[in-house]
Design a protein around this ligand. Structure first.
Ligand code: SIN
Length: 516
């Protein structure tokens, strides 16, 4: 009897669940998640899923919108795949039981910034991620997938330049290696790099850090998207762009609708423009938050269309039905990550990456709203077709440490809050040479210090996550220093315009992370 092929899927958001469930028909699959199944950023996705499902729209128009916003760095081939296969993956979800919202029997559709068509399908009003995730979790539980919850992946195991498994830490502190024919990273993003983020606590960039240490090629690391409107309160609860899509406006402390001064599309300008507009206006009014006013939409509509936001704001003591609410930008989505081809294949044979951990090239320098669940669905599905295929020979050379490492002495142990605060002030919405140099120097000082010893597995996981964040901060800062221009979400105050020299994928991550 031939031995069944094995696959490890690391991460249990939408991309990981789709990959695991589909792969379980051909592989013996183990799905590993560091928390409970289904936790992660996917469940917080409010706006919905963008897909060309309606008359008057097409995959080409959706792809054109995606590329227009991506600052010239998208891979058109990957974008075409995303937009062509997206509608099929949404129909799969409907078949699986996701109850997308309907309007007179037809799928309801929303609008978000920079879309030229209303094409965002949503479920539970503003609970799309949670609704989709619940259905996929149920499918995973019914499938043959072996599920390991509360298990942390410490390292990938590489042998002869091929991934052959992973080192796992169990809740009881036991560390064990698990072999596999293929490993799929689906660990999501790294919002915890910043103190203000719409991402949950688990978003510590683990998959990108694992791939970095294993020597995989990374890409577009300097492009971190800041969502314009999260509540300007601890926790930064997301206020969906769909709220502005329905007509809510942003006003400053004198009641002026300031985004009309910044861009013809005002509140529905590309996310980076709205986020920087809000940040500048907040600074100009001495730090007082700007306000999002949705009251003109009417209480009945807001309650029906945005039940999650209505409940969350009420819980926090805000009455958004009748009053404007304070908002601020927060780290939301990392366009960069582990470089993949259109099958999710990384530069290391056997290693795949899907969802936010990956850089498929679909987002370029800036992600179009509601393309992220879509990316997880499409590429989570596609990678399964390549799981058992021979690896193409164009693998990148293995990579190692960071170029231009500042020489520092003495070293200091890192703590997560200091790291986040440094990233916010030096490599956040606005960066320049001075701030990035300061960041690189401090990060190097932290990097040379030994990671703190941990007495328990919980503390060990927290320390390992912080170490991952530190590794990632270094490559983000190194990439941001090299990109001496502004493009998409990467805004350099000292180089405020796009420079055609950087128009193509300059592949700065490759230069930022060089062989030791
Ligand atoms: C939102 O609902 O504003 C977030 C959607 C997204 O990031 O695509």
């Amino acid at each position: 009897m031939t031995k069944a092929r094995t696959a490890l899927v690391i991460g249990s958001g939408v991309a990981g669940l789709v990959a695991a469930v589909r792969a379980s028909t051909t592989h013996q699959v183990t799905l590993i998640t560091k928390t409970a199944l289904g936790e992660g950023a996917s469940i917080y996705a409010q706006g919905g899923i963008a897909a060309a499902l309606f008359n008057g729209d097409s995959a080409r128009i959706h792809a054109d919108d995606t590329v227009r916003i991506g600052g010239g760095l998208n891979s058109r081939r990957a974008v075409d795949i995303l937009c062509t296969e997206g509608p099929m993956r949404v129909r799969d979800l409907i078949d699986l039981g996701v109850a997308f919202d309907r309007d007179g029997g037809e799928l309801a559709r929303g609008l978000e910034a920079a879309h030229s068509r209303d094409r965002i399908v949503h479920a539970g009003g503003d609970r799309t991620g949670a609704e989709v995730q619940a259905v996929l979790v149920a499918a995973a539980r019914k499938s043959r997938v072996q599920i390991l919850e509360h298990v942390f992946v410490e390292e990938l195991i590489i042998d002869a330049n091929r991934v052959v498994g992973a080192v796992l830490m169990y809740p009881n502190g036991i560390v064990e290696s698990l072999e596999a024919d293929a490993v799929v990273l689906a660990t999501g993003g790294g919002g915890q790099l910043y103190p203000h983020t719409s991402n949950p606590a688990v978003s510590t960039g683990d998959g990108v850090a694992l791939a970095l240490r294993a020597g995989a090629a990374l890409r577009d690391l300097e492009f971190y998207q800041f969502h314009p409107t999260t509540l300007a309160m601890p926790g930064n609860f997301l206020i969906s762009e769909a709220v502005r899509g329905e007509g809510a406006v942003l006003v400053d402390s004198s009641g002026h609708r300031f985004m009309t001064d910044e861009h013809p599309d005002a509140e529905l300008a590309p996310r980076d423009i709205v986020a920087r507009g809000i940040a500048r206006r907040t600074a100009a009014q001495g730090g007082a938050a700007v306000l999002l006013d949705a009251t003109a939409l009417g209480a009945a509509f807001l309650k029906r269309r945005f039940p999650g936001i209505t409940a969350a704001t009420a819980h926090l003591g805000l009455d958004w039905l009748n009053n404007p609410i304070p908002v601020t930008p927060a780290a939301h989505y990392w366009m960069g990550g582990v470089r993949t081809d259109e099958w999710g294949r990384t530069s290391i044979p056997g290693l795949f990456a899907v969802g936010e951990v990956a850089s498929t090239g679909v987002h370029g320098a800036n992600r179009l709203a509601s393309n992220s669940l879509l990316e997880g669905l499409v590429f989570g599905w596609r990678c399964v077709d390549a799981l058992a295929e021979p690896w193409p020979d164009d693998a990148e050379p293995a990579l190692g440490a960071i170029a231009e490492e500042p020489q520092v002495d003495p070293s200091e142990p890192v703590d997560r809050a200091s790291l986040q605060s440094l990233m916010w002030s030096t490599a956040g919405l606005f960066r320049d040479e001075k701030s990035l140099t300061e960041a690189a120097t401090q990060l190097a000082r932290w990097y040379v210090a030994a990671p703190p010893a941990s007495a328990t597995s919980i503390a060990a996981v927290a320390a390992a996550e912080t170490r991952n964040l530190l590794d990632l901060a270094r490559v983000i800062v190194a990439s941001a220093r090299m990109r001496r221009e502004s493009r998409g979400a990467h805004f350099r105050s000292d180089f405020p315009h796009a420079d055609p020299t950087f128009a193509r994928h300059a592949d700065l991550a490759r230069k930022a992370v060089t062989k030791c």
